[in-house]
Design a protein around this ligand. Structure first.
Ligand code: SAH
Length: 418
């Protein structure tokens, strides 16, 4: 286990309230997976992850509200309001840099409990003057009906309705508490085209990965099989023959001996790159990540502790670090990519120190002050979330072109709003 992973356990544990074990939907999921493997042989780690996380009936995300102190993990927007506020400023800055288009879509992938969008929309509302008459709308890509309900409650109060039919591409619609139209979709394909700022925070790490091991005979895929010694248990195996994935997904010049590839993430990035190139806009991806250097990062979290990825599937979160070198390759040349930069650098460039001082100046309550300072430390401290989380952006090539020199991109260099 790497030091970073040990850190993650310690930090995530510090948010644990010692809650009791939750009921485990894992048994029926285990049954479902073992029948599948019995019928067709070992399944890829990607198929395992997809089933465990997003199976429409039993999937972890479909069943649970897993975020926060009583859940399985906690995320930056849940830790401090400053995180979402600074991302709100980032969105506005990119919209301004693009020449303030009259239509402005905010699109978020996997919005969790809606906290990030809520903090961003508060900034939009406070800076309504800067937005002028732009027609702003909010679009959420969310696979979980349960979480979409939590998001709707947070962002609209009770001002949202579910669609009459389950097959509608827009499965929920409403008006935010700040008065903007808001819609929910299962897929990016269903989100309307047009100038958009796309946000994905701790979304790509939840997408299914394939795992590969370099062997004397070449690359082989690591798959999930039934343990022959304990038929109620699963185990990882290296399959003897090449698979389609092992022949297609590894780069010819790959130096690592173990590689994880997330083709679903690659497809989403390609779609985003096409949209941004054609319609204008930008995407900001923030996640645990690396630039093509890490190997085995697949892990499970339950109750803020590391959890065996194969034990009681469906009862714990599964995640793998995002490989930004892969995303950059998949984005291609039609957009400009920047990053990854560390969360600490991104937030400092966005002015987190000044924002903290303003909030502290206006706050007399000692416990709220302590919370603000603790949240700041958690987000920026290199030993906590400051280095481990990375920010990456894709921009329309024609974006930063105002004036004689290109405009710096907010967060990726020091912020200069004109
Ligand atoms: N962005 C939030 C939540 C992160 S958890 C935060 O930072 O707090 C991951 C989120 O992505 C959840 O909302 C989950 O339901 C959603 N999700 C996971 N896989 C998805 C998929 N394939 N399509 C759409 N949403 C997905």
């Amino acid at each position: 286990m790497s030091g970073l992973r040990s850190w993650s356990v310690a930090q995530r544990q510090s948010f644990s309230s010692g809650s009791a074990e939750k009921p485990m939907p894992g048994n029926s999921m285990l049954g479902h997976l073992t029948s599948k493997i019995k019928a067709t042989g070992p399944i890829s780690v990607a198929e395992y992850m997809r089933e465990v996380l997003t199976n429409p009936v039993m999937g972890y995300y479909v069943q649970n509200d897993m975020l926060g102190p009583d859940g399985d993990f906690i995320t930056s927007p849940e830790i401090s309001q400053i995180f979402g506020e600074l991302l709100g400023i980032w969105c506005l800055s990119e919209w301004m840099g693009a020449g303030k288009p009259s239509r402005f879509q905010l699109v978020e992938f996997g919005p969790g409990r809606g906290s990030l969008a809520n903090d961003i929309l508060r900034v939009f509302s406070q800076l309504r003057g800067a937005l002028g008459g732009a027609a702003v709308s909010v679009h959420l890509v969310e696979v979980s009906p349960k979480l979409s309900q939590v998001q709707a409650q947070c962002l609209t109060g009770d001002q949202s309705q579910v669609s009459a039919s389950e097959d509608e591409p827009v499965y929920r619609q409403g008006t935010t508490t700040t008065g903007l139209p808001i819609s929910w979709y299962r897929n990016l394909d269903d989100v309307p085209r047009g100038f958009s700022i796309y946000l994905a925070h701790e979304f790509f790490d939840a997408l299914p990965i394939h795992k590969f091991q370099g062997t004397e005979k070449g690359w082989r895929e690591v798959m999930v099989d039934i343990d022959p010694d304990e038929p109620g248990k699963l185990r990882l195996v290296i399959v003897p023959a090449p698979t389609l994935a092992s022949t297609q997904l590894i780069q010819a010049d790959e130096k690592r001996r173990h590689v994880e590839v997330c083709p679903e993430g690659g497809v989403i990035v390609q779609l985003l790159a096409n949209r941004i190139a054609e319609d204008g806009g930008a995407a900001l991806i923030a996640d645990y990540g690396h630039d093509g250097t890490k190997t085995d990062t697949f892990r499970g979290f339950k109750g803020h502790k590391l959890h065996d990825v194969l034990a009681s599937p469906g009862s714990a979160d599964l995640t793998a670090d995002v490989d930004y070198s892969y995303l950059r390759r998949m984005a291609g040349a039609t957009v400009a990519c920047m990053g990854p930069v560390s969360q600490k650098d991104f937030l400092k460039n966005m002015g987190i120190d000044t924002r903290l001082q303003v909030l502290l100046r206006n706050c007399a309550d000692p416990s709220t002050r302590a919370q603000l300072i603790q949240g700041y430390d958690m987000l920026t401290n290199p030993l906590k979330m400051g280095e481990r989380f990375q920010f990456f952006t894709m921009l329309n090539h024609s974006l930063p072109k105002k004036g004689p020199a290109p405009l710096p991109v907010a967060g990726f260099s020091e912020l200069g709003l004109s």
